[in-house]
Design a protein around this ligand. Structure first.
Ligand SMILES: C[S@@+](CC[C@H](N)C(=O)[O-])C[C@H]1O[C@@H](n2cnc3c(N)ncnc32)[C@H](O)[C@@H]1O
Length: 401
């Protein structure tokens, strides 16, 4: 790769500054805004900016070791230079790099070893301990996978087209893609591309959704005409999949605690031609109580640490801490307890997370089942990042008839 234009360097610098040092600034939104604000950059420039930005976020701790200090607002250019030296990225002698002592960085790089596993895999010390405690020796294999770039995977909207037709339509728009065996609705891009600009996207022929995440809708075993409740619907990635699996028949009630997410869900549903979705904001206890005993199927796509999707959101490992994980675990158990009552007798529910920690996954389900004898586990599936797709957990549970 080459970093030879000063305006790209400055863009990367400013985006890193926002992501690392400003509250509630998330990498995906920061880069989206940066690229939108620089329409004059060509596709190669955009690739360099996005890849360098994400790589530096991913490898922050390791780069800090090589540069001999923690990153601060005042030394972000040193971090970028260290990245260029480490990855042998060709760069120009920008004035922003003046005064930075290359020799010390190069010396450390030459030694080709780092003192700890946390530095090697570029994660906080507490997270290395948590991974090792919860996953055992295989944590390193998963961490290697989590430090790779995620592929772009689409879910074909079967309300409007088929996977084969989508591949052909995308080819007409110069986007090469292919089908993924065993994932009937998934289409993978050959190369990263801004697919949101395609006519196929504007026509609602697909959504971007990882293959693992597509398993959730599939496993929930919905049928046309059912009443399905999606309690943590967010902006509706999985709700839209359920609507397609139900062929727009029956009813889906999509709930969340944030109105802006449900508003986005409605926009997406319109584009997808999904007509059987009703959104409801959870703004007091009654919203849930009114639904008790009414659902044939219930999806609990629970809030979680997101540690299974670090490939996509590498900044989250710098934004969360052990306290956050402890708090989210309590919420997960509460959500399971409170929302399971929505299910009819004989109905089925799915508890899912995009975490790979047993304490957010099977251990939560075990605690729930121990305290609620009316419910039984039908099956569970763990998808680990080393499989190539995102890390996800899903458990299908039935309320006894
Ligand atoms: C993993 S995300 C859901 C992603 C979404 N299902 C999708 O496929 O795009 C979890 C969601 O749970 C919501 N949430 C957090 N706490 C909640 C609660 N107590 N009740 C309902 N939803 C909650 C969050 O706002 C977030 O949108």
């Amino acid at each position: 790769m080459e970093l030879i234009h000063r305006n790209l360097l400055i863009g990367i610098h400013d985006a890193l500054q926002e992501t690392f040092f400003e509250d509630r600034k998330y990498a995906d939104k920061v880069i989206e805004r940066l690229l939108k604000g620089h329409k004059q950059w060509g596709s190669e420039d955009r690739k360099v900016v996005a890849q360098t930005f994400y790589d530096i976020i991913r490898w922050k701790k390791r780069l800090e070791y090589y540069m001999g200090e923690g990153v601060k607002p005042a030394n972000i250019y040193k971090l970028i230079l260290t990245y260029c030296l480490w990855t042998k990225t060709h760069y120009k002698k920008f004035e922003e790099f003046d005064g930075i002592k290359n020799a010390e960085i190069l010396n450390k790089l030459k030694k080709n070893n780092v003192p700890t596993k946390a530095i090697e895999h570029s994660i906080p010390d507490w997270l290395a301990e948590t991974f090792e405690r919860e996953l055992g020796p295989s944590w390193e294999r998963e961490m290697v996978a989590l430090n790779e770039q995620a592929p772009t995977i689409l879910r074909v909207n079967t309300l409007k087209t088929t996977a084969k037709e989508l591949v052909s339509d995308l080819r007409d728009e110069n986007v090469e893609s292919f089908l993924i065996p065993n994932y009937p609705d998934a289409v993978q891009l050959e190369q990263k591309k801004n697919v949101f600009l395609t006519t196929a996207f504007k026509d609602g022929l697909f959504e971007v959704q990882d293959a693992s995440s597509q398993k959730i809708g599939e496993l929930l075993d919905v049928e046309e005409g059912m009443r399905v409740v999606d309690v943590c619907a967010g902006a509706g990635g999985k709700t839209l999949h359920l609507a397609a699996l139900m062929k727009n028949k029956g009813q889906i009630i999509a709930l969340d605690i944030y109105a802006w997410k449900l508003a986005e869900l409605k926009r997406r549903a319109k584009r997808a031609g999904a007509h059987n979705i009703e959104t409801r904001l959870i703004d007091d206890n009654k919203v849930i109580k009114r639904l008790h005993g009414t659902a044939d199927r219930l999806l609990i796509d629970s809030p979680c640490s997101g540690l299974g999707v670090l490939k996509r959101n590498p900044d989250s490992k710098w934004k969360i801490d052990q306290e956050f994980i402890d708090r989210i675990r309590k919420e997960q158990q509460q959500i399971l307890q409170d929302y399971a009552k929505i299910l009819k007798k004989g109905g089925k529910m799915m508890y899912a997370t995009c975490s790979i920690l047993p304490s957010e996954n099977n251990e939560q389900v075990e605690t729930f089942l121990k305290n609620n004898e009316e419910y039984t586990l039908i099956k569970e599936e763990k998808i680990m990042p080393s499989s190539g797709f995102d890390g996800f957990y899903m458990a299908l549970i039935q309320r006894k008839a």
